[in-house]
Design a binder for this molecule. Structure first.
Ligand SMILES: N[C@@H](CCC[C@H](N)C(=O)O)C(=O)O
Length: 271
């Protein structure tokens, strides 16, 4: 069976999108997702995204997310902007991390990502801890903040994020027993009250050009500490995102996303 796909990206974080809203596509397994994401096999991406008709009356569509290692994810900021461009009009999108609202614009999209959760059980952490500044360290990375923005993140404020060996420390922290569902690892340098530089080690994928939920998590963790203003630019290796948040309200993320190309693949070759 040949299955159509759409290759999309947000700031270089790239996706294979399977749009099952109007055509039938078999249920995706971890193996199919892993093979589609594997760049050595031909297509390749950071995440595989599937759109289905929503079972929830409050939503227009359902988005499911798989990381490159085949694990499921409950939120993806860059893919949310990408599917906003694909849908082409404001839409409510059901995800495992909650309902989000996407609004496409001219080359950019905005997403209401919902409210962040800071309780240790919600991140989740393995045991009770202050998520504003956690009393833990991995070598020079210490006292991170933790937050769930639809998926779990830990945020380290550092003086120079390029100097951090994230390819070595990222997997150690991601898989630490402190994080029962593993974790996305953010290292952030505050350049001014309006600008943050960020690199992200993504759970289940590794280093990416950009992580939208990482930008949201980092911005709100640093806002919560009073280190930056309530509206900031987050500069990632792949480009910039604007993040705004006020206590008790949703996080709003705005940035570029686009379609790269369309193609199709033989399902049996990837299962
Ligand atoms: N690239 C994403 C995040 C994808 C999911 C993440 N790796 C997880 O497992 O939670 C983004 O742009 O947010």
């Amino acid at each position: 069976m040949r299955v159509p796909f759409i290759k999309m990206q947000g700031l270089g974080n790239d996706f294979v999108v399977l749009d099952a809203r109007e055509c039938e596509i078999p249920a995706l397994t971890a193996d199919v997702a892993r093979h589609l994401a594997d760049r050595r096999l031909g297509i390749g991406c950071d995440q595989v995204i599937r759109l289905d008709p929503s079972e929830d009356d409050a939503a227009d569509t359902r988005m499911s997310i798989w990381n490159a290692d085949g694990s499921g994810a409950s939120a993806c900021g860059n893919a949310s902007r990408a599917i906003a461009m694909l849908i082409g009009e404001p839409a409510a999108v059901q995800t495992d991390g909650g309902l989000i609202r996407v609004t496409p614009g001219d080359g950019v999209a905005s997403v209401d990502m919902g409210a962040p959760r800071f309780e240790w059980q919600d991140v989740p952490l393995a045991y009770a801890m202050d998520t504003l500044s956690m009393p833990v360290a991995w070598e020079e990375l210490e006292n991170p903040g933790a937050v769930n923005v639809g998926n779990p993140h830990v945020v380290f404020a550092v003086s120079d994020c390029d100097a951090v060996q994230l390819d070595r420390l990222g997997p150690l922290i991601e898989n630490d027993p402190l994080f029962p569902e593993r974790v996305n690892v953010n290292v952030a340098a505050v350049e001014s009250r309006e600008r943050i530089r960020l690199r992200v080690w993504e759970r289940g994928t590794g280093l990416t050009q950009a992580c939208g939920t990482g930008a949201c998590a980092t911005a709100v963790a640093l806002m919560r500490c009073g280190l930056v203003d309530r509206s900031v630019t987050v500069a990632l290796p792949g480009g910039e995102l604007e993040i705004a948040w006020h206590d008790g309200g949703p996080i709003v993320m705005t940035g570029a996303a686009a379609e790269s190309f369309r193609g199709s693949f033989e399902w049996d070759e990837y299962s």
